[in-house]
Design a protein around this ligand. Structure first.
Ligand SMILES: Cc1cc2nc3c(=O)[nH]c(=O)nc-3n(C[C@H](O)[C@H](O)[C@H](O)COP(=O)(O)OP(=O)(O)OC[C@H]3O[C@@H](n4cnc5c(N)ncnc54)[C@H](O)[C@@H]3O)c2cc1C
Length: 464
């Protein structure tokens, strides 16, 4: 076994593809660039960053790391708090694996681990098809899908993970395996919700859908931002209480308490979505529009669907997600959430970009709902999420920000009195396992798979 330093030298000498890069100088510009993360919370400086240039590189690097017992983490788009490691280990960065292709007959898209959400959406659009992906344009498609994949389109196409039909993964023994309903099929269950815990997925095949599923003649989606002053909050939440549980109308949406420029007064940003023509959308959202918010809404081409929330995806600063599944919007609770946010703004002015949101996705038409198989994603019955984005720039604010976040979660969950809570595994790894992977059968199955395929915890010790 080699020391970490000798191991990094061996990595440099390893037979990797000509497009691979091994960065060991932490003062180097390229090293610093690769180290950028969506959040600086817990961000460490690794002993090396290996940018794989090919799938074979991933096999070689993982095998070498296992042989020498050197820890590593994988990074695709860098939007989680977990793709970071200290000087004892290295980052296996798979951002340069950028192949993407479509099988026109089946509408299935196969993409590699460097493909980001905006890139996959653009590619699908060019082929008149669409995918149910998440809202962060710059997040990696593969990690998002492997963690479950909450999508604007979940009501009409299922969760992203439901649509994983095949994958290639480098396992904890350093071998490349294929996963599908006919090959290593037990992994298909695991990859659809718990896939970041079993190996490095170099490629996935996703089921896509004809663009007509969006309900418009030209593949557009009605969305944008509606901005309300906080003085209208009670009215807005009252209207959303009914809209958010409507299972008939082809909609979903999100309402965020935050501060907006130029005044940075507390405001509500509602990002409504309607799968259909503008006139029908405006009729559906009439009660909100009648409050005369500042509006950017209209029909946008499907790949532009995430642009209204682009500001939340930038890299740098201290950020973290927390949240819980909810059943309804309780107006009184959300008015108290606004007070908590405003108190936070006074005690930690640098935490102004923090946003406390409620997202709903109740639409589930029988004719469009596909009967998806049981998977390791256990939140199928959650149609509403409290999504708390804590965002601050001064490290001393950390504890107060966490206290505010905890106060909001406690408040919202107390009213619901739902135990165990649903917590989305792509936002946190601090929650109890049974909150992230609900159901004892699911948990037992995942623990057994982990014991069999990664008993030494190469890809985290979760489930061991
Ligand atoms: C602004 C914002 C909006 C978001 N919106 C949504 C949303 O709408 N829906 C949703 O579901 N999620 C959403 N998320 C969560 C996001 O999907 C996850 O954080 C996702 O894991 C990020 O992927 P990444 O490649 O950017 O992150 P990374 O930090 O690179 O990776 C995330 C995790 O996956 C592991 N990993 C990376 N690549 C691989 C691989 N190839 N194989 C196996 N494991 C790998 C990493 O080790 C790490 O643990 C959002 C996040 C942000 C910051």
């Amino acid at each position: 076994m080699l020391s970490s330093t000798s191991f990094f030298q061996e990595l440099c000498a390893a037979k990797l593809s000509s497009t691979s890069r091994v960065l060991t100088d932490s003062t180097d510009k390229a090293f610093q660039q690769c180290l950028l993360r969506w959040s600086d919370i817990g961000r460490s400086t690794p002993g090396a960053i290996v940018l794989a240039g090919s799938e074979d590189d991933v096999v070689t690097v993982v095998s070498l790391a296992i042989k020498n017992s050197v820890p590593f983490v994988v990074c695709s788009g860098g939007h989680s708090l977990w793709s970071t490691i200290g000087s004892e280990g290295f980052i296996l960065d798979v951002r340069d694996l950028k192949n993407i292709s479509v099988d026109d007959a089946s509408n299935q898209i196969t993409l590699q681990s460097g493909i980001l959400i905006s890139e996959a959406n653009e590619f699908a659009w060019k082929h008149d098809i669409c995918l149910p992906l998440g809202t962060a344009n710059t997040a990696g498609v593969i990690p998002m899908a492997l963690g479950g994949g909450l999508s604007t389109f979940s009501g009409i196409m299922g969760y992203t993970s439901d649509n994983i039909v095949a994958a290639k993964m480098v396992s904890a023994s350093g071998t490349l395996i294929r996963v599908s309903s006919t090959e290593n099929s037990e992994f298909l269950y695991a990859l659809r919700g718990a896939g970041q815990i079993f190996g490095v997925v170099t490629e996935i095949t996703l089921q896509a859908y004809p663009i007509s599923i969006l309900g418009t003649s030209d593949g557009t989606v009605w969305t944008g931002a509606l901005i309300f002053p906080v003085t209208q909050a009670e009215k807005v939440y009252s209207i959303l209480t009914a809209l958010s549980v409507n299972t008939e109308a082809p909609t979903m949406g999100i309402c965020i308490v935050t501060s907006t420029p130029p005044s940075f007064n507390t405001s509500l940003i509602v990002i409504p979505v309607y799968f259909g023509e503008a006139k029908d959308a405006e009729d559906h959202y009439r009660s909100l529009l009648d409050l005369r918010p500042f509006s950017t809404c209209g029909n946008v081409p499907y790949p532009k669907i995430n642009d209204a929330g682009e500001a939340f995806g930038v890299k740098g600063g201290f950020k973290r997600w927390a949240g819980a599944g909810l059943k309804r919007i309780n107006v009184d609770d959300w008015m108290k959430v606004i007070s908590i946010y405003e108190k936070l703004k006074i005690s930690c002015p640098d935490a102004v970009p923090t946003g406390y949101a409620i997202e709903w996705n109740a639409y589930a038409p029988q004719e469009k709902r596909t009967n998806f198989e049981e998977t390791s994603f256990g939140h199928r019955d959650v149609h509403m999420w409290a999504e708390l984005l804590s965002w601050f720039t001064v490290s001393e604010s950390h504890d107060q920000v966490i206290r505010s976040e905890a106060e909001v979660i406690k408040l919202l969950c107390q009213t619901e009195s739902t135990e165990p809570r649903s917590v989305y595994q792509n936002w946190t790894r601090d929650a109890p396992l049974e909150h992230m992977y609900p159901g004892s059968e699911r948990l037992e199955r995942l623990k057994a798979l982990k014991k069999k395929w990664d008993p030494n915890g190469i890809f985290t010790s979760l489930f061991l």
